[in-house]
Design a binder for this molecule. Structure first.
Ligand SMILES: Cc1cc2nc3c(=O)[nH]c(=O)nc-3n(C[C@H](O)[C@H](O)[C@H](O)COP(=O)(O)OP(=O)(O)OC[C@H]3O[C@@H](n4cnc5c(N)ncnc54)[C@H](O)[C@@H]3O)c2cc1C
Length: 441
């Protein structure tokens, strides 16, 4: 540790050079804890595992810590959500149950309190999203780094971990130029999305090297590209509270949320939150009217054709808050004249309109890739991790936290909360393990 006694993040200037010979750090006493990855999960874990005279080292491959945290929420950092913890669990797809102990052990209220006690006030904005009052993610990172410094956590940047292995009761962690020894190890390397932030999926290989299975990974919180997309020129139009259903033979899932037309397909929270379940070839049915079934719409159109026969069909579609250009495109697709009077609407037209407006079918070409996905689905198989401690069931002393795990959240602050909560839970267990070991030394 002799060269690692700086308290603020240091950058290993030689990180880009080829080593002459790999040195072994800690040939004497091993470090108490090494955390791989200085994202929110790794930093928070290191902070909370710290203790008097405890040697904790965070290794970060980028030249500075928290790159993804800095761009989160478009730089405003939607830190968590204001909802109650029970409803929180519904925002992580099928694997939400795994997070229960973590989220109950360190809640959204605890997270807000952590930052407010350190002088960073929080505000709750649209839809219950919680942000720092300054709406600057760099202020969130600054609190984490100051806390780490105060607690003696050492962060070395520009240090890409290349391999790990179990060695007796501890671990050997190798970088390009040297190898470290530690009693406990946390893999907090994130997922694979936005690889420019450093999250390039290295952690999956490390976990595999220690025997862990990886549930198939893929982009999540990603926009979708649509085959033969008919709304490219309507990019920018958004549909508040649209119902989106996924069909793969039968209906797989349904979700309501704001949907945005893009040049290539669909985006917006209603699509992003559903994207972990969407696969190429799926049919998405998107409602252009809120709260109306196909049958309701057909009946309503029939009433209009009888009661408002002289009116233009387009003008009554406007009553349903369908954007005019979208209504016009749907008429065009159904080959219904734009100036058709309601009285002239045929049964076939009525059925076609009710069908398309209540659930317009669009075939998924594919999901946006890791370059635009805000999260990664899949990851370290949860069956092999103890949800109460985040410790590996295969290698004692090995822990996981954050997005590397096979669980990902909706938009709205759920992913950062999961990163902090799993980091905290791992830290609590590491504290106990190290204290027990210290007691017997
Ligand atoms: C554009 C964007 C906006 C987002 N906005 C929000 C938001 O507002 N609210 C929200 O809740 N979530 C948001 N997210 C998701 C959230 O940022 C992530 O889920 C969260 O950062 C995951 O934290 P983590 O610590 O697990 O991983 P990361 O933040 O990805 O950190 C992992 C770290 O490990 C390092 N690392 C990787 N491999 C190695 C290696 N071999 N050696 C050393 N270090 C390594 C990486 O460089 C990185 O710094 C957003 C994501 C994106 C991409």
């Amino acid at each position: 540790m002799e060269k690692l006694n700086k308290l603020s993040p240091s950058c290993d200037e030689g990180a880009d050079q080829i080593p002459d010979r790999r040195r072994c750090r800690g040939a004497g006493e091993p470090l108490d804890l090494i955390v791989i990855g200085a994202g929110p999960a790794g930093l928070f874990c290191a902070i909370n595992a710290s203790g008097k005279d405890r040697k904790i080292l965070v290794l970060e491959k980028k030249k500075s810590p928290g790159s993804k945290l800095l761009i989160s929420g478009s730089g405003r950092c939607n830190l968590t959500h204001d909802g109650d913890m029970q409803s929180f669990l519904d925002h992580y797809g099928d694997n939400g149950r795994f997070l229960r102990p973590a989220l109950l052990g360190f809640t959204n209220r605890d997270l807000v309190a952590f930052f407010e006690e350190r002088g960073l006030a929080m505000i709750t904005l649209e839809g219950g999203k919680v942000f720092p009052e300054t709406q600057r993610s760099r202020d969130v990172l600054a609190v984490l780094l100051a806390e780490g410094e105060a607690r003696g956590v050492q962060i070395v940047c520009g240090k890409s971990v290349t391999s790990i292995e179990k060695s007796g009761e501890g671990f050997l962690v190798a970088c390009w130029d040297e190898t470290y020894r530690s009693r406990t190890l946390v893999i907090a390397t994130g997922g694979r999305s936005y690889p420019a932030t450093g999250s390039t999926g290295d952690g999956y290989g490390f976990a595999e090297a220690l025997g862990h299975a990886i549930a198939e990974i893929g982009p999540a919180l990603a926009p979708v590209r649509i085959r033969d997309y008919p709304f490219a020129d309507l990019a920018g139009i958004s549909l508040p509270g649209a119902r989106v259903s996924i069909f793969r033979g039968k209906k797989v899932r349904e979700h309501e949320g704001d949907v945005l037309f893009t040049h290539e397909g669909l985006s917006g929270p209603g699509i992003l939150d559903l994207s972990r379940s969407i696969r190429a070839g799926d049919v998405l049915r998107v409602s252009f009217v809120v709260d109306e079934t196909r049958e309701d719409l057909e009946r309503w159109l029939l009433d209009r054709s009888r009661g408002d026969g002289a009116r233009n069909l387009r003008s009554i579609l406007a009553e349903m808050d369908i954007p005019a250009r979208l209504a016009s495109r749907v008429l065009e697709i159904l080959e219904i004249p734009q100036d058709l009077k309601c009285a002239s609407m045929t049964r076939e037209m009525r059925i076609g309109l009710a069908d398309r407006l209540s659930g317009f079918p669009l075939v998924v070409e594919g999901l946006g890739g890791y370059g635009c996905a805000m999260a990664t689905r899949g990851g370290v198989d949860l069956k092999e991790v103890d949800s109460k401690t985040m410790e590996s069931r295969l290698a004692r002393g090995l822990y996981f936290s954050g997005e590397i795990l096979d669980v990902d959240g909706d938009t709205g602050g759920y992913n950062l909360q999961a990163a902090f909560s799993t980091g905290f839970l791992a830290a609590r267990s590491i504290q106990k393990r190290l204290s027990d070991q210290e007691g017997t030394r």
